[in-house]
Design a protein around this ligand. Structure first.
Ligand SMILES: Cc1cc2nc3c(=O)[nH]c(=O)nc-3n(C[C@H](O)[C@H](O)[C@H](O)COP(=O)(O)OP(=O)(O)OC[C@H]3O[C@@H](n4cnc5c(N)ncnc54)[C@H](O)[C@@H]3O)c2cc1C
Length: 335
């Protein structure tokens, strides 16, 4: 809406973004929400999350973030608070700047611009995928069916009683294998470096020896097993050999979607996560970050929710304080 200044703009419609919308709107703050374009969604973790087993209440959803999010947004829109929310469906933010009077000016993918007093940035991260013969496509059927997993706290328990593996080549990947083995005692555990030179510390090498964790360094050329319904059976390698693997984790790092934070020159840590205080405010005043993009918090749905609530409530506290002070001043002026 031309000339309108929104209390809060929320960028990103995954776990953190929708919780931020819920809290801001129920706090009765005027909220504008950009869930992202189809392309933004496709590269977000939210879209790839299927069955959620590490939290109560989400087991029945096939898409454990997308489906409850849609339910929540539809309910909010139809509720008495509907007028407090402008939901810019399929819109993403391409540019952001701070104006001289401290407002945020946002430009969306259709070239429309908006003004907001506060921003909660929830654009998240994405796990780096292994390339099989130059493509990530072969991974998808198995990742969608959760035979290839990424998040230890979410899906680590899938390795119980299964021949398991981890794709990765550094000590971090080796620690994933060690931790999974210590927790679940899989019949076999292998680290697949997928053609990369292993970079394991001595401590990691000693533990891998202790637990009989194998290392296979050849490039994976084929994922074995039916795709519909998907069931992982193993990998074929560049030297023609094969390995039986029923469940595999990927530990290749994360792509951090911090472009908008960087455009405002917000401080980021060595891995690109945005540094904030306990309420999620970045080094840029009134610019908050929630969810996976925020440095120093777990990369989980419940932390995305909690961090979003912290930021939305802090914004509401400031807005209320400002309105309260204005009211007190105007009463005093009228005395
Ligand atoms: C395969 C997989 C399974 C997982 N399973 C679980 C699980 O079982 N339990 C659990 O607790 N956690 C799980 N996680 C972790 C969980 O997905 C994340 O912690 C959570 O999604 C983080 O929420 P977020 O809002 O920070 O980011 P996301 O949910 O990734 O959302 C990012 C949002 O930003 C939007 N966006 C990006 N760029 C822009 C832009 N420029 N403008 C507007 N919008 C934009 C995208 O459209 C998207 O809506 C899993 C992760 C993966 C990869």
């Amino acid at each position: 809406m031309e000339g309108q200044i929104y209390d809060t703009a929320i960028i990103g419609g995954g776990a953190a973004g929708v919780m931020a919308v819920n809290r801001c709107v129920l706090n009765n703050d005027h909220t504008i929400f950009f869930p992202g374009t189809g392309a933004d969604k496709k590269r977000s973790r939210a879209l790839w999350v299927s069955k959620v087993e590490n939290m109560p209440g989400l087991l029945e959803y096939k898409k454990g973030i997308e489906e409850p999010n849609r339910e929540m947004l539809n309910w909010l829109t139809e509720s008495d608070f509907g007028a407090r929310l402008l939901w810019q469906k399929n819109r993403g933010i391409t540019e952001i700047k701070k104006t001289d009077d401290g407002l945020f000016e946002l430009l969306d993918n259709k070239g429309e611009s908006y003004l907001a007093r506060f921003v909660i940035l929830c654009t998240g991260v994405m796990d780096v995928q292994p390339l099989i013969e130059g493509s990530i496509e072969p991974v998808f059927p198995f990742a969608n069916a959760q035979w290839i997993d990424y998040c230890l706290r979410c899906d680590g328990h899938h390795v119980l009683k299964r021949n398991a593996g981890v794709i990765g080549h550094d000590s971090g990947a080796a620690w994933v294998a060690i931790m999974l083995y210590e927790r679940y005692g899989s019949p076999s555990m292998t680290v697949f470096t997928h053609g990369e030179e292993p970079k394991f510390s001595d401590e990691v090498l000693d533990l891998m020896k202790l637990y009989g964790i194998k290392v296979k360094t050849e490039k994976i050329t084929k994922i074995l097993g039916p795709e519909k319904p998907a069931a992982l059976e193993g990998f074929e390698f560049s030297d023609g050999s094969k390995a039986a693997v029923e469940l595999c984790f990927v530990s290749l790092g994360m792509i951090v979607y911090n472009e908008l934070a960087r455009a405002l020159k917000a401080e980021v840590d060595g891995r690109g996560f945005v540094v904030t205080d306990a309420k999620g405010e970045s080094s840029v005043a009134n610019f908050f970050v929630a969810g996976d993009l925020r440095a120093g918090i777990k990369k989980q749905i419940y932390t995305a929710w909690d961090s979003a609530v912290d930021s939305a409530d802090e914004i509401n506290r400031r807005l209320r304080a400002e309105r309260r002070n204005k009211l007190i001043k105007s009463k005093e002026a009228n005395l």
